[in-house]
Design a protein around this ligand. Structure first.
Ligand SMILES: [Zn+2]
Length: 324
């Protein structure tokens, strides 16, 4: 069973929000594509795992665990038979060669080495358990869920650390008969205690380059007609309530200016004063946590992102959204 949701990462949400409000540089467009592709691979992994079934297991997805002054990102942590498996998911496609400790595609060396990444992640986890005086076995695997991935290597030592798409269901099925005891619950609690936000992402964008205003959630157009409770898109006819727009604005703000406090002024700037300050304030009180620092008040969005907030609050909204 999954112990948490798989959400789009802060990096992906940053570049998505940025792409809505500015023409991305070639470098940013490349990053957006990489993060989108990685997320697709993770969702594919989940789908295949769902098809095999996992009620008897504990699974954490997409967590950053802090250990001491550093930490590591985990795509998936499976606990089965009181043993831990760390899965690093790589949505590679095409033909790769593995030679002298490096992945090579089209004669170019891939800068990341997934074996090193998973090894590091396993090491960090060992450290967390050792500090808590718990002995546990941890195995690391690099998972390649893409059908279109081919790997060639003369180094036969790597295959035991890899699961390719063709073998993925077999890999999941081997957990079928396993069960967890009380020890596993202890492992789960300890992992939970170490989950934090990834501290290494600093997404602050150049606020001057970002287009201000509100945009359509359906087609992305900025040309909206104002009615009392809605904005209607001139291009596609989508009508979205003011509240839906505010959710999107707060989610965008969170990831455009990641880690920065949100204030009434900064949000009014982002939306080009399209809403009255009372509308912004009401949304803050309803959807944000309030923080006071000296005589400054700032707000943090309570939800992971727009999709998460919309899913949870849609049914309580007074005005619905629809395509005209
Ligand atoms: Zn539209």
């Amino acid at each position: 069973m999954y112990l948490n949701d798989r959400n789009a990462s802060a990096e992906l949400l940053h570049y998505r929000a940025l792409s809505r409000r500015e023409v991305l540089s070639a470098e940013d467009a490349r990053k957006l594509k990489i993060y989108e592709n990685g997320f697709l691979g993770e969702c594919l992994y989940d789908k295949l795992f769902d098809e095999t079934g996992h009620d008897n297991l504990y699974i954490f997805r997409d967590v950053y665990l802090a250990s001491g002054k550093s930490g590591a990102q985990y795509d998936s942590i499976i606990i089965a038979n009181d043993v831990i498996a760390v899965n690093e998911i790589k949505n590679y496609s095409g033909e790769y060669y593995y030679k002298n400790g490096r992945f090579i595609k089209n004669n170019e060396v891939v800068p990341d080495n997934p074996f090193t990444q998973v090894d590091r992640a396993v090491g960090k986890l060992y450290r967390i358990f050792r500090n808590a005086k718990i002995t546990v076995d941890i195995k690391g695997k690099v998972i390649f869920p893409n059908d279109d991935f081919k790997l060639y290597s003369e180094d036969n030592s790597i295959w035991k650390n890899i699961v390719i798409r063709m073998d993925l269901k077999k890999y999941f099925r081997q957990f079928k008969e396993s069960y967890n005891t009380e020890k596993a619950e202890g492992l789960v609690s300890l992992i939970r205690e170490h989950i934090t936000e990834n501290p290494y992402f600093n997404g602050s964008s150049n606020a001057e380059r970002v287009s201000t205003g509100l945009y359509c959630g359906n087609c992305g157009g900025f040309n909206l007609i104002k009615t009392r409770y809605h904005r209607q898109c001139v291009s596609c006819g989508m009508k979205e309530s003011n509240e839906t727009h505010m959710l999107r604005v707060m989610s965008d703000f969170k990831y455009l200016f990641y880690g920065e406090g949100m204030t009434r002024k900064s949000v009014l700037e982002l939306i080009g004063n399209e809403f009255d300050k009372k509308v912004v304030y009401r949304a803050f009180l309803k959807y944000c946590d309030v923080h006071k620092k000296g005589n400054q008040t700032y707000y943090t969005f309570k939800y992971h992102d727009f999709d998460d907030a919309y899913k949870q609050t849609k049914k309580n909204m007074k005005h619905r959204d629809y395509l005209t």
